[in-house]
Design a protein around this ligand. Structure first.
Ligand code: FAD
Ligand code: NAP
Length: 865
């Protein structure tokens, strides 16, 4: 492409829309970057959220010390927070104080709504039109319009007929509202309602709360700023803020690595109580590592929270109605409250459960439900927002070739990193959809975005470019990563504004990025380090497109790799065999245990040259059950019958099959073909003793992972040639099938995905002489004939050095007429599918395997039939 010069001198460099926390920080950074700017704000003054939401009781629910700018290092000289959770007036004072201290206000044009914006491709400028019909041009347009700034349209029948006062929490009047002696209705029980109800109830004569969906709320334990927190921050503020950015939620707390099921009941309850006492929302979501990924773990905490409601609210029917159910804790944004539940014990406060008696309509004098007519003097609507996208799509934004953003996002927003969207050059979104935004401490997310955007503008200038735009491929990759990330959590399982469910007709997609500000920040930084991966740049210096996808691994597989990398351990192949075995055993033991099974029994069976230990996993229900003989992974060098316990439990539970994990002799003590001989001996013995083990001799399958899959594959070839026993299916997870050849995946995936090609070589050297590597008992892909083998399920993983061997084996089996189901696990690594309950994204793959295996166990011809 040739360079496209920009001709017109635009009116300014950057137009910023919005003067809340984000807009103000943009002004500060743009000033420092010597960029000219115009900032438009619809409100008469600055503050955004904290300008508009003045309802009684409005306050922050992230500790004030965390919910503040970090760019002002000497803030303590002229500011201090009066409470752990500051009120709206105090936050607004803080914002005004910062704006005045840093000279930000003079850049803002107030009372000016931006209504239209269109990209002029010839001039490479944005045209922006305001409500006053002014047209301004700029090179960059930044939407700092807020995630929660457009109130949801009021969708309550007859609201206009009410003759009393109607107050919207998000558009509260500036004059004090006096509810003394008044009968007040509150509609809604989200955060705004939860904060305002106890305060309104202090003055009002009667308060009736109309609740459609009960909410989970945690007592804030508000009070003075906790001295220990202040001390921690004062000791090293830079480190404190760094820790916040390196955290999951944007407050300086390390990610929990403890799983709910891995502690005793007493310890679990103690942790729940401790976090409840602390009264911190983002820390609560981190109480156990699996709170938002495991339904059972979540339900345990949800029940704990319900018990707290029941213990506080004296009327059992009201308590019951206030207890949320039918959606996981955290999937609708939980609230932080002061005396919310206790307020329902006051004689003049009443809850109306709209699920039992729906709201029919508003009348001149009050509200009618299906059961009752109510009279009110005032109504408070705490009915929420058109969240995350509402303020962006409220502006008529047109990109390249007149493309309307609303059209592009008709089925849900599409962005790269939540920061930009393809087809809309030089348009930046602060905390846009696809970024952590509302799942995080917004201050941390806002600062990170503003810095990325302004640094990006500066980098662009330094590189001689004027225009930046994400590629379609990068955006599609991020959207897939966003969907993968949401799918492994419970977040999308509530009908909340997180998925747009509160706004009729809004496309329902999960809007914020759920992996945390730490992983998200790392992706943004990596995009820059990799020379703006996924972006096309153009301008005076010419045009350049660095197309690519920033995150291709399944998010949880990536997290495991990142956590391992952070430990900075020596590679396994640099250890002695004994050290490697001990390390492997330790790391496998640290995995979540996997699902419950009816029984686990240990035993020994005769191998080819002595006894072999086995561990049997028995399913629920009456037998006889099918039997799956399982061979563990570990490169023929490490591991034993216990090390793949969670995968065996998973196979057992999903297939209602007895799974017998058999050990075998390992190298270097026992080199090839010892493991194969043991594998064959084990299968024969189990087939002979199937009935005694509680199994069905006619339904025997073999399965293995990695080297264990190689054993399973080889055993199938051997029993075919030896004439028995009958095996009705083979399930091969990431099998190594050819130790003699080099495949492209050995090179492509050589490093960075857990199993390395160097480690594969280390295993091979311990296990088998080079001269034997093309023996089909070592490399089953090399067998002359694959016909007549048991039906197969072959699972290969995208980011695995041995992927291509597995793919080749699946293809060769199918070509030889073996019924073969080949499952290619996108975004997975060699080991990730075995990390049950840790790499949750593996569950659908294992479910697919289980479907296929159940099919084999029921439809393949039986040996005893
Ligand atoms: P906003 O503060 O929403 O500012 C956006 C501004 O853009 C607004 O002033 C709006 O008028 C203006 N604007 C929008 N469209 C246009 C247009 N077309 N033309 C001109 N101007 C426009 N987050 C937390 O992390 N912790 C909390 O405790 C917390 N509490 C909250 C409490 C309430 C009541 C609400 C509603 C939100 C809360 N949030 C909280 C989220 C909060 O929105 C963010 O923390 C933060 O204030 C957002 O700042 P912002 O500048 O991005 O957006
Ligand atoms: P919200 O969480 O969306 O709650 C809106 C409430 O109104 C819900 O209970 C909803 O019920 C109900 N509702 C909506 N339309 C209704 C109708 N037609 N009839 C009956 N009920 C109706 O909105 P919010 O409370 O303003 O909070 C939004 C977000 O802002 C919060 O989640 C939080 O992120 C932020 N916020 C934070 C704080 C804080 O503590 N710092 C305070 C306020 C807001 P359904 O659930 O059934 O739809």
């Amino acid at each position: 492409m040739t360079a496209k010069p920009t001709c017109t001198v635009p009116d300014t460099d950057v137009i910023v829309v919005g003067a809340g926390f984000a807009g103000l920080y943009l002004i500060h950074r743009l000033k420092a970057a010597n960029l000219r700017m115009r900032v438009f704000e619809a409100a008469p003054d600055l503050g955004g959220t904290w300008y508009w939401n003045r309802y009684p009781g409005a306050r922050v629910d992230v500790p004030s010390l965390d919910y503040m700018y970090s760019f002002d290092p000497d803030w303590r000289d002229d500011w201090q927070w009066s409470e752990k959770y500051a009120t709206q007036p105090e936050i607004l004072r803080y914002l005004n104080h910062v704006a005045d201290k840093h000279g930000l206000r003079r850049h803002i044009t107030f009372d000016t709504r931006v209504e239209r914006a269109w990209w002029d491709d010839d001039e490479s400028v944005w045209h922006v039109r305001t409500q006053h019909d002014a047209d301004i041009t700029a090179r960059f347009l930044v939407m700092a319009t807020g995630c929660l700034s457009v109130p949801k349209e009021i969708d309550i029948d007859g609201i206009d007929t009410f003759t009393g006062d109607v107050f919207l929490t998000s558009r509260w009047p500036h004059e004090p509202v006096d509810f003394t002696g008044k009968r007040v209705a509150v509609v809604g029980t989200g955060s705004s309602a939860v904060q305002s109800i106890p305060v309104i109830a202090r003055d009002a004569r009667d308060v009736v709360v109309f609740q459609r969906t009960p909410t989970f709320s945690i007592p804030a334990g508000n009070g003075p700023v906790p001295p220990d927190k202040l001390e921690l921050l004062t000791a090293d503020e830079a480190a404190y803020r760094r820790a916040a950015r390196a955290s999951q939620g944007g407050v300086p707390v390390e990610r929990s690595l403890t799983f709910t099921a891995s502690v005793s009941d007493d310890e679990r309850t103690a942790r729940y109580e401790e976090i409840w006492r602390k009264g911190e929302l983002l820390e609560t979501l981190n109480v156990f590592a699996d709170l938002m990924t495991n339904q059972d773990a979540n339900e345990q905490f949800a029940e704990f929270a319900r018990d707290k409601i029941r213990a506080t609210v004296t009327d059992p029917a009201t308590a019951d109605a206030l207890c949320p159910s039918g959606f996981p804790f955290g999937s609708k944004r939980p609230c932080l409250d002061t005396d919310y539940y206790a307020t329902y014990n006051l004689p003049h406060v009443r809850l109306v459960d709209l699920r039992a008696t729906p709201l029919r309509h508003v009348t001149e004098t009050g509200i009618e439900t299906s059961a009752e007519s109510f009279r009110f003097d005032a109504m408070v609507l705490a009915t929420g927002f058109d969240a995350v996208t509402g303020a962006i799509t409220a502006v008529d934004v047109r990109g390249r070739d007149g493309l309307a953003l609303n059209e592009k996002w008709a089925d849900g927003p599409r962005t790269y990193l939540g920061l930009m969207t393809a087809g809309f050059p030089n348009l930046f979104l602060i905390t846009g959809p696809g970024s952590p935004s509302v799942l995080s401490n917004m201050l941390v997310s806002i600062e990170q975005h503003v810095e990325w955007v302004v640094d990006g503008m500066t980098d662009l200038g330094h590189g001689g470019f004027d225009v930046i735009e994400p590629t379609e491929r990068a955006e599609a990759g991020w959207m897939r990563h966003q969907a993968d990330s949401a799918a492994i959590t419970l977040f999308p399982k509530g009908n909340s504004w997180y998925v747009g469910a509160n706004v009729p007709g809004k496309p329902q997609v999960f809007l914020p990025y759920p992996n945390g500000v730490d992983f998200y920040g790392a992706a943004c930084a990596e995009v820059v380090e990799r020379d703006y991966l996924g972006f096309a740049l153009s301008g005076r210096a010419g045009s350049r497109c660095n197309d690519g996808v920033i995150r291709e691994l399944q998010p949880d597989a990536q997290m495991v790799l990142d956590q391992m990398a952070a430990l900075n351990l020596p590679p396994l192949e640099s250890m002695s065999v004994e050290e490697a075995r001990a390390f492997h055993a330790l790391s496998r033991a640290a995995l979540p245990p996997g699902p419950e099974v009816a029984a686990i029994e240990d035993g020994v069976l005769p191998g080819a040259a002595g006894d072999l230990a086995y561990r049997l996993y028995r399913p629920d229900g009456r037998g006889p059950h099918p039997i799956v003989v399982y061979f563990h992974g570990g490169g023929f060098v490490i591991g034993d019958e216990t090390t793949d316990g969670s995968l065996c439990r998973d196979l057992c539970a999903r297939n209602a099959a007895i799974v017998i994990s058999v050990d075998y002799r390992h190298a270097p003590e026992h080199r090839f073909p010892a493991a194969m001989d043991d594998g064959l001996a084990a299968v024969r013995w189990i087939a002979d003793h199937a009935a005694a083990l509680g199994g069905d001799p006619g339904r025997l399958a073999v399965c293995g992972w990695s080297a264990g899959a190689t054993i399973a594959a080889v055993v199938c070839q051997l029993v075919r040639d030896l004439g028995g026993p009958h095996i009705c299916g083979q399930v091969l997870f990431t099998p190594a099938t050819d130790w003699a050849a080099t495949f492209p995946s050995h090179v492509e995936n050589a490093e960075g995905y857990g199993l390395t090609t160097a480690l594969v070589r280390w295993f091979a050297d311990h296990y088998v002489d080079p001269a034997d590597r093309d023996d089909p008992r070592c490399s089953p892909l090399r067998a002359d004939n694959l016909a007549g083998l048991p039906a197969a399920v072959v699972v290969t993983c995208e980011f695995d050095p041995v992927r291509d061997e597995g793919d080749s084996y699946a293809e060769a089996l199918a070509a030889a007429g073996v019924p073969t189901r080949h499952i290619r696990a996108r975004g997975h690594t060699h080991s990730s599918l075995t990390m049950v309950d840790l790499v949750v994204s593996g569950a659908p793959v294992r479910a697919e395997v289980a479907d296929a295996l159940r099919n084999l166990l029921t439809t393949q011809p039986s040996a005893v039939a």
